[in-house]
Design a binder for this molecule. Structure first.
Ligand code: UDP
Length: 354
């Protein structure tokens, strides 16, 4: 089979790294990079570190509003799909690249395969929620990370075939976290000691595009009781700069801002942190797998099992909730929630059986 894979941003490079090699062993894959994330720290480093094949085509479409970006991707993908005539189109997650890849393929009559299908925050104002709901409803094969996401799809009566395969990001994390744990030199290079610092990431529109919430985020970071490392997403850096808050954060004692990090360095910092604070879906999962408590900077999450198991606390941007969560001992048990590290194999088998 000829499979056209459309990726465009950081978490999608991680997910594609799990699947692409296995897919190529049995089928022809053509990888298209939309350019949604284009700078080296969010893109190139992931191809280099995770062994993802170079994209066959690069569309160079970044920037602009969600609507204009999606529209430009659709316009670029339509002739490509016609030229390449694939048997299926593979998309990951919930970004503009996911929706554009899915919609352009479905309009051309090409079956869409959605990996990480069925995740729901039930918050329709979230751009990611729109992308994932729409993509699920145009997909022919919906590959789910967990039983709860499959249930979401059944409740919405999607027309495609639903299958729980586990989570492909888990494949990558389980393979690389053991080495990440035994690298104390990585936190040391940032002036912090293994187990005695916090790692924080934030980039969701709901946290950084709203000036009031951005200020609350800054005050939350300043209130934390341990040194905190913050690899700053370019979007967050730009919003902090525009709001005049970047310097306030830079000058805060115990706060260390860095550029976005490569997967291996970030993973070493995550595995050795006392706790992780994040609004990222991928990072919530990775913290769980690493056995590191997570404080989620949102009022809801798609990764509901991490919360019900007691390893993830939804603190939104509340400093008191952060302190309470940090004072809490993590649970004694950590059940396997999102598969056994072989989700990609099941994805490829499901694609082959289409
Ligand atoms: N990540 C990374 N470097 C960083 C921050 C995150 O390598 O400085 C990785 C992280 O380990 C995870 C992925 O990027 O695999 C998550 O991406 P992001 O938070 O952008 O997206 P989301 O998961 O929220 O869709």
């Amino acid at each position: 089979m000829r499979i056209l894979t459309v990726v465009g941003n950081r978490p999608q490079f991680v997910k594609a790294a799990a699947v692409s090699g296995l897919l190529r062993a049995e089928h022809e894959e053509i990888l298209i990079h939309t350019g949604q994330h284009y700078d080296d720290s969010l893109s190139q480093v992931f191809f280099a570190e995770l062994g993802l094949a170079r994209p066959e085509r690069e569309l160079g479409i970044g920037g602009g509003s969600n609507t204009s970006q999606t529209a430009r991707m659709l316009a670029a993908l339509e002739p490509l799909i016609e030229e390449l005539d694939p048997d299926g189109a593979l998309v990951y997650g919930d970004t503009n690249s996911t929706l554009a890849g899915g919609l352009a393929a479905a309009q051309a009559g090409v079956p869409v395969i959605h990996v990480e299908a069925g995740m729901r925050s039930h918050e329709p104002s979230m751009p990611e929620e729109l992308n994932r709901v729409l993509t699920d409803h145009l997909s022919a094969l919906l590959l789910c990370s967990s039983e709860s996401s499959a249930e979401n799809l059944r409740a919405e009566s999607v027309s495609g075939r639903v299958q729980v395969v586990g989570d492909v990001m888990v494949d990558v994390a389980l393979a690389l976290q053991p080495a990440a744990r035994s690298r104390p030199e990585v936190p040391a290079a940032y002036g912090v000691e293994s187990g005695r610092y916090l790692l924080l990431t934030a980039h969701r529109a709901g946290n950084v595009d709203d000036a009031h919430r951005l200020r609350a985020l800054v005050e939350l970071i300043r209130s934390l009781p341990l040194p905190v490392l913050v690899p700053l997403h370019p979007r967050t850096r730009a919003r902090l700069h525009a709001a005049g808050l970047l310097e306030r954060l830079q000058r805060s004692e115990g706060v260390r801002l860095t550029e976005p990090l490569g997967y291996l360095e970030f993973s070493a910092l995550l595995c050795q942190a006392r706790a992780v604070l994040t609004d990222s879906g991928g990072v919530q999962k990775e913290a769980y797998l690493a056995g590191v408590p997570c404080l989620t900077l949102r009022a809801n999450t798609e990764w509901v099992e991490t919360v019900s198991s007691g390893w993830n606390t939804l603190i939104d941007l509340d400093p008191l909730a952060a302190q309470a969560a940090l004072a809490h001992e993590p649970p004694a048990h950590r059940p396997e929630l999102y598969g056994d590290g072989h989700a990609a194999q099941r994805c490829v088998a499901a694609i082959g059986a289409m």
